[in-house]
Design a protein around this ligand. Structure first.
Ligand SMILES: Cc1cc2nc3c(=O)[nH]c(=O)nc-3n(C[C@H](O)[C@H](O)[C@H](O)COP(=O)(O)OP(=O)(O)OC[C@H]3O[C@@H](n4cnc5c(N)ncnc54)[C@H](O)[C@@H]3O)c2cc1C
Length: 354
C-alpha cells in the first residue's frame, strides 16, 4: 500500500509528490498524459513561485531551461492605446509547460516517487481503511489521496464533489514564431470579443492565449491568424471552464490542490503559483497525517492553510475578471486615462508581489 497517491502530475501534483517523497513517504503519482506535453497556459511564472522552486531545489534548473525574460507588462486597449508597467528585474519569466512540468516530474522521480504516466484514474472509493483507486484495469491502494487533476478534477467528479462549472468563456493557446522586435514583455490585449495574452518563451517562440465566449472565439482566432500570419489550419489547444466554485474536501484523508481545489482568473497569471504552494501545503499535511496519525488535525490544518494562501489576493482576481468580461468598457477607461498607469502599477505590484 502507498502512503499517498497523487492524481495528476502538473505543477501541483509533481510538487506535492517531490515533497512527500523527500519526507520519506511511499508516493504514487498517476498521470493521464505522457510527458512532455503542452497545456493551455500563458507559460508565465509569477515571481511568487520562486520560493517554492528554491525549496524544491530546482530554481537554477528552471532558469537553465529555454525561457523568455519578462521586463514589463503592456496593457493594450481596443484601438491600440498602450499602458506599460515595469516588472521586478529578473523575477518573471515564461517557460513552456512541456519543459517546466517535465522538470518538476523529474524532480519527483529523483525524490523517489513512483510515477505512472498514460494512467487515467477512473474509479475511487474509500474502503478497508484505504483509498481504492481504479486506473488502467488495476486497483491501487493508498492511505491518502491528493487530487491534483486540474480544473475538471476527475477525483472530485467521481466523488460527487465537482461544482457545476460556468461555460461562459473558453481558453485557447498555441505557440507561434516570435515576431521580430516583440521585446521582453507580456502583452495583455483587450479585443472587442475578449482578450489575448502573449509572452515570449525562448527558442524563438511566442505563447499566444485567447479568451472569449464560445460564440466569439472564431473571431479571436481570425484576429490572431492575421496578427501572427497563421494559416486557417493552425491548431489550438482549448480548455474550459475558466471559472467554477472551489471544491471542498469531503474526507479527512483527501486533499485537493491547484486548479482541482480552486480556479482563478487566468488574466493575472497566478495559477502555477497557487498550484506549487498548495502542493507543498498538502505534502506537509500528508506527512503530518502519516507520522502523527491524527488525520482530522492534519485535514483541519490543511484547510486553514489553503484558505490563508488565497486570502488577501483574490480581490485582484475579481477586478481582473470584471475588466476582462467587459473589454469595451475597460478599453474606454484605459483610453480616457481613467485607469491611470499608477493604478495599474499598484495592481500589478500586488500580483507579482513587489
Ligand atoms: C488561458 C489560460 C492561461 C493561463 N496562463 C497562466 C500563466 O501565464 N501563469 C500561471 O501561473 N497560470 C496560468 N494559467 C493557470 C494555470 O495553467 C493553472 O493554474 C495550472 O496549470 C494549475 O496546475 P495544476 O497542477 O493544478 O493542474 P494542471 O496543470 O491542469 O495539471 C493537472 C494534471 O492532471 C492530469 N489529469 C487530469 N485528470 C486525470 C485523471 N483522471 N487521471 C490522471 N491524471 C489526470 C492532467 O493530464 C494534468 O497533467 C492559465 C490558465 C488558462 C486557462
Amino acid at each position: 500500500m502507498f502512503d499517498v497517491a497523487i492524481v495528476g502530475a502538473g505543477p501541483a501534483g509533481a510538487t506535492c509528490a517531490a515533497f512527500c517523497a523527500d519526507a520519506g513517504l511511499r508516493v504514487l503519482l498517476l498521470e493521464r498524459e505522457t510527458f512532455p506535453r503542452e497545456k493551455v497556459c500563458g507559460d508565465c511564472l509569477n515571481p511568487s513561485c520562486w520560493p517554492v522552486l528554491e525549496r524544491l531545489g530546482v530554481a537554477q534548473r528552471i532558469r537553465a531551461l529555454a525561457h523568455g525574460k519578462l521586463q514589463r507588462v503592456d496593457f493594450v486597449a481596443i484601438g491600440g492605446r498602450r499602458v506599460s508597467v515595469d516588472l521586478p528585474e529578473d523575477a518573471e519569466i515564461a517557460v513552456k509547460r512541456s519543459l517546466f512540468d517535465q522538470l518538476l516530474l523529474t524532480r519527483a522521480v529523483e525524490a523517489g516517487a513512483e510515477v505512472r504516466q498514460a494512467t487515467t484514474v477512473r474509479q475511487i472509493a474509500f474502503a478497508r481503511d484505504a483509498w481504492q483507486i481504479g486506473a488502467n484495469d488495476e486497483t491501487l491502494e493508498a492511505r491518502i489521496v491528493v487530487a491534483a487533476d486540474g480544473r475538471n478534477s476527475s477525483v472530485a467528479r467521481l466523488l460527487g464533489a465537482l461544482p457545476r462549472a460556468s461555460k461562459e468563456r473558453v481558453g485557447l493557446q498555441t505557440h507561434v514564431a516570435l515576431p521580430k522586435d516583440f521585446g521582453d514583455r507580456v502583452v495583455l490585449q483587450f479585443l472587442p470579443e475578449g482578450y489575448s495574452g502573449q509572452a515570449p518563451v525562448g527558442g524563438g517562440e511566442l505563447n499566444v492565449c485567447l479568451v472569449a465566449a464560445p460564440r466569439d472565439i472564431e473571431a479571436l482566432k481570425n484576429w490572431a491568424a492575421e496578427r501572427f500570419s497563421l494559416t486557417r489550419e493552425h491548431s489550438w489547444r482549448t480548455i474550459t471552464p475558466l471559472r467554477r466554485a472551489p471544491v471542498t474536501a469531503t474526507h479527512r484523508r483527501l486533499f485537493f490542490v491547484g486548479d482541482a481545489a480552486r480556479v482563478v482568473e487566468p488574466f493575472t497569471g497566478e495559477g502555477i503559483y497557487y498550484a506549487l504552494h498548495s502542493g507543498e501545503l498538502a505534502a506537509a499535511a500528508a506527512v503530518a497525517s502519516i507520522r502523527a496519525g491524527d488525520d482530522a488535525e492534519a485535514a483541519r490544518n490543511y484547510a486553514a492553510a489553503h484558505e490563508q494562501l488565497y486570502r488577501g489576493r483574490l480581490w485582484v482576481n475579481r477586478i481582473a475578471r470584471t475588466a476582462v468580461l467587459s473589454p469595451r468598457a475597460t478599453s474606454l477607461l484605459l483610453c480616457a486615462a481613467v485607469i491611470r498607469p499608477a493604478v495599474l502599477r499598484a495592481l500589478t505590484a500586488k500580483i507579482v508581489g513587489r
